[in-house]
Design a protein around this ligand. Structure first.
Ligand code: SF4
Length: 961
């Protein structure tokens, strides 16, 4: 065996280090290659994310590499062939680029927004976003809108950070860990490692989830809950903490806006906003610092954080000019008064006594098991602290909370609960990961006028951003959306990740307009990545009165023959993660640790298969041909040779010294975060486990929202634009600003009449619970059960349904039903059954499970497949026995009229309400023992293969490797 630096001899095994991409966790791996063939993958013990641990998916990368479903040639739909029929001819890359250059060039010169680029779970959004911006189209987003944008937005609009890539539970020091609404493998290896250590150290783990599998199965306590009701539970816990005084007052008054005074003059256009101290400097107009407290020492209004002052949290006061004011915390307390455990119990199904016990356990653990680390630090107001304090209650939550149309306010509730316990960026609680914390809201804004879109011109700002008020909405003079997905409009004002799930429907309908070309990367939009799957597939095939497809040109870039490739006009074969360079950048979603920024790369360990080309190279090539300003020299010549060259030499601004990678910058590679391009940067990463890890001094590692040393450092290295403290927003002025506009009390932009009530109701500055929107449109007597999905531990969405090893674990899915529920409907364990919503019907097999609360049924997503897709054999279990629950989920809900139909999404963020559907179940009596609906067999695409010796050699039946 040789090391990566050794010269391999014939028959020797080379070991190369790169980064896994069998899921989104980005573990370090060692890849063993002999005679040019991939032989083995294990975890890299020197990698900070997984420390050598590998999971079933990670080690099965071999079967992804040699999958028969690999696309290996650019393909063009045959002339005269129908979309969806899967009839293609292979073309050269030169032809593919010529087609794209001509078409995209024409669109860019005419109306750039007629090109839309939407991507799935890619890890290069900084590049795809840059491409869209340079093209000049606003119609760009990644998968966040249909994944977990509520988690990002709800948390970031409240505490300036979020879970997963942005921050997480500090299980090394926590005593109590509460996991809510998290899939069984979320944050896979890193979280498994952390939970294992946490439990060995005696920590107590509570899981709140309708389903007890995965992590929940090893929890000390499982609290079953009805889907979509978590917000009510969280509010009741907040109610109890306030009622019993088990909140961290010291934390609240210094680090949140709990003590800040809210204008309570109902006649004022400032009603509900924080009052400002005219005598104090504003400091930063984007984030004014001159808010006020009512000082309980002097019993007078004072500037917020005035030295020696201590704010009242309760009461009603009158300013000298007669303005009635109230501390934000009083408003929160009043809002929570009716959110009793009994109230929440009726909604959630969790007994009131359990809710009280949970609240008490959280509060007492936070109060009585404090941690003091001997780390001196200075806060943003100049106070010096000898220690960092921790209240060791940690939470982790994800899509189970997010994927509901009430998810944003639910997640605001969670962030507020965590803040009341005093756990934000403290040991044993929640900790940020660089580049977080961000300002609230972050300073990047989307364009706010259609004038930002101009022919042959980059977009006048990033396509995605963080609105702070109606002035930041991307709407025209009539208040109509500028984006095809209606993001950043009055329909979904805080849709910070866009609404990918609405793109095809909107473009098909021409609402708000028709587009010309839709480019999709790594998203299975004709199957598991879309709601309303049957209809969306029809839309992709539908023509207008002139015979033109309603979405005229569809480009699909993927590594595999998915269901979506059948509908493409042009298919671009991507490489696997083992065949390309890639960056997990500080400009995007790096792999940072709690102790400082970390970014990482992938380096190719194998050459591309066939004519596969990394999508990154496709973008660099197109950007160069189309002469985007950032990709050409002053004389119009091509600037970057290829993607690796682009990564090394691209700078965010001329000579900014900031690029995609933060490590080994500068000509000698001795600078970090900022520095001139280093031509040897890739080599430095490759020789250092593909990772650059900068450890902050201990005094900068905690309390970063308010830590002067950290803030000054982060501003110096341009990780942050400003260095003002980031106060937690228990009370959201941003939301109140939208509400004032909806109520007609704020000058300037006003929502259209039909959206006023909606904005006024949901843009509530205080958290509240409401039933998911779909329930209002559902006959709950006929459809009494909730139906949810999660991905299994052994497969990441659709990616591995073609994986020969992982298919041995799952080749089809069941609907898991509590035995009490199943028996009440006469459904046998293992029997065929129907599951029906108001939107559709699916036949599937039942599996009894006591690990699901009785009013919920669930299944794994993305195991059921369309026949022939992913190059699975005709009759494969995935298409005959497996099923897709998405057929039961609608992407739209009825509005007040046909024109006013609404997306099945959160009314503020546009997050897809995947888990809001309600269903009924009954036994299937037909003799036909196959799942339904049934789809036509997808033919094999040119360039894909039947199962070959390459694959069989790695299975028990194959010849010896
Ligand atoms: S957890 Fe994800 S990234 Fe890590 S080894 Fe498994 S599949 Fe790969």
């Amino acid at each position: 065996m040789s090391t990566p630096d050794d010269t391999p001899h014939e028959g020797a095994t080379e070991v190369r280090k790169t980064t896994c991409y069998m899921c989104a966790c980005r573990c370090g791996i060692r890849v063993y290659v002999r005679d040019g063939k991939l032989r083995y993958i294990d975890g890299n013990p020197d990698h900070p994310v997984n420390k050598g641990v590998i999971c079933a998916k990670g080690s099965s990368g071999i079967m992804k590499q040699y999958s028969p479903a690999r696309l290996t040639k650019p393909l063009r739909r045959k002339a005269g062939a129908e979309r969806g029929a899967g009839e293609f001819e292979a073309i050269s890359w030169d032809e593919a680029f010529a087609i794209l250059e001509a078409r995209l060039g024409r669109i860019r010169a005419d109306d750039p927004k007629k090109f839309a680029l939407f991507t799935g779970r890619d890890q290069m959004q900084a590049l795809t976003g840059l491409f869209a911006r340079q093209f000049g189209t606003p119609n760009y987003a990644a998968h966040g809108g249909f994944c977990s944008v509520n988690m990002a937005a709800g948390m970031i609009y409240t505490i300036g950070g979020s879970f997963w890539e942005f921050g997480g539970p500090d299980l090394a020091r926590a005593k109590l860990f509460v996991m809510i609404g998290t899939a069984e493998d979320h944050h896979s290896n890193p979280l498994k490692i952390a939970i294992s250590k946490f439990k060995r150290a005696g920590g107590r783990f509570i899981s709140i989830n309708p389903v007890r599998t995965g992590y929940s199965a090893i929890a000390d306590e499982w609290v079953p809950i009805k889907p979509g009701t978590d917000g009510a539970l969280l509010l009741a816990i907040i109610h109890e903490l306030i009622a019993t005084g088990l909140y961290d007052r010291d934390f609240l008054v210094r680090y949140t806006n709990a003590g800040q005074l809210v204008n309570f003059d109902g006649n004022s256009s400032e009603f509900g906003l924080m009052v400002r101290d005219a005598a104090s400097p504003e400091v930063n107009p984007m984030y004014p610092q001159n808010k006020m407290w009512w000082d309980r020492v002097s019993n007078k209004p004072v500037a917020s954080h005035a030295e020696g002052a201590d704010p009242c949290l309760f009461g009603n006061y009158t300013l000298p000019d007669g303005t009635p004011v109230t501390p934000a915390f009083t408003l929160l307390e009043e809002r929570m008064r009716d959110c009793t455990p009994e109230w929440a119990s009726r909604i959630t199904g969790v007994p009131a006594a359990t809710i009280r016990r949970l609240a008490h356990e959280m509060g007492v653990t936070a109060r009585d098991q404090k941690i003091e680390l001997p780390i001196p630090w200075t806060d943003c107001w100049g106070r010096e602290h000898d220690t960092v304090t921790g209240n060791p209650v940690a939470f982790h939550a994800m899509r189970g909370l997010a994927a509901h149309s009430n998810g944003f306010q639910t997640i605001r509730s969670l962030a507020i609960l965590m803040s009341l316990l005093g756990t934000i960026d403290r040991p044993g609680g929640f900790r940020h990961k660089s580049p977080f914390p961000r300002a609230i809201p972050p300073s990047a804004k989307p364009p706010n006028s259609p004038k930002a879109v101009k022919p042959n011109t980059p977009l006048g700002g990033p396509a995605l951003g963080w609105p702070a008020s109606p002035d930041d909405l991307f709407i025209d003079d009539d208040g109509k959306p500028v984006r095809i997905d209606k993001a950043f409009s009055w329909d979904y004002p805080l849709s910070v990740h866009g609404l990918m799930h609405s793109v095809i429907t909107n473009a098909w309908r021409g609402d708000p307009y028709r587009i010309d070309t839709l480019m999709i990367f790594m998203a299975n939009m004709a199957w598991n990545s879309t709601m309303n799957t049957v209809e969306v597939r029809k839309m992709l095939n539908d023509r207008d009165e002139t015979g033109e497809y309603k979405i005229p040109f569809l480009v699909v870039c993927d590594a595999f023959q998915s269901e979506t490739t059948a509908f493409a006009d042009l298919v671009l074969p991507d490489t696997t993660y083992l065949e390309r360079h890639d960056v997990m950048s500080m400009l995007d979603r790096p792999i940072s640790e709690f102790d400082g920024p970390v970014d990482s790369v992938r380096v190719p360990v194998l050459p591309p298969t066939g004519e596969c080309k990394p999508f990154q190279e496709v973008l660099i090539e197109l950007a160069s041909r189309l002469k985007f300003p950032a990709f050409v020299n002053a004389d119009g010549s091509r600037k970057f040779k290829d993607y690796p060259d682009f990564i090394v030499r691209f700078e965010t601004e001329p000579n900014s010294g900031i690029g995609f990678l933060s490590g080994w910058r500068g000509e000698n590679g001795d600078q970090f975060l900022q520095g001139a391009p280093n031509p040897k940067q890739w080599e430095r990463y490759a020789n250092n486990n593909c990772v650059y890890h900068y450890r902050l001094p201990a005094s900068y590692q905690y309390m970063r929202n308010w830590n002067k040393g950290y803030m000054d450092w982060a501003q110096r290295v341009r990780m942050r634009r400003f260095n003002e403290p980031i106060l937690i927003q228990l009370y959201s002025e941003v939301l109140q600003t939208f509400r004032l506009a909806a109520q007609g009390k704020r000058p300037g932009r006003q929502p259209p009449a039909h959206l006023r009530d909606r904005i006024a109701r949901y843009a509530d500055p205080l958290p509240f619970w409401y039933p998911p929107l779909e329930l209002e449109a559902t006959d709950l007597a006929r459809y009494p059960l909730a139906a949810v999905t999660q991905r299994p531990m052994a497969m990441y969405h659709a990616w591995d349904s073609q994986n020969a090893w992982l298919r041995q674990i799952h080749t089809h899915n069941y609907l898991f039903v509590n035995p009490l529920t199943a028996q009440a409907s006469g459904i046998a364990d293992g029997g065929w059954m129907w599951i029906e919503s108001q939107w559709g019907r699916v036949r599937c097999m039942a599996r009894y499970s006591e690990a699901v609360e009785p009013s919920t049924v669930w299944t794994w997503n993305a195991i059921g497949k369309a026949p022939g897709a992913w190059r699975l054999a005709q009759g494969a279990n995935e298409s005959e026995l497996g099923f897709l629950l998405n057929h039961l989920i609608s992407d739209e809900l009825p509005g007040k009229s046909a024109e006013q139909r609404i997306s099945n999404s959160d009314p503020l963020t546009g997050q897809a309400g995947w888990y809001d559907v309600r269903v009924r179940i009954e036994p299937a009596t037909e003799a036909d023992e196959k799942s339904s609906p049934v789809f036509a067999l997808m033919p094999a695409l040119p360039g894909t293969r039947a199962t070959t010796p390459d694959t069989l050699v790695y299975t028990a039946k194959g010849p010896s490797p």
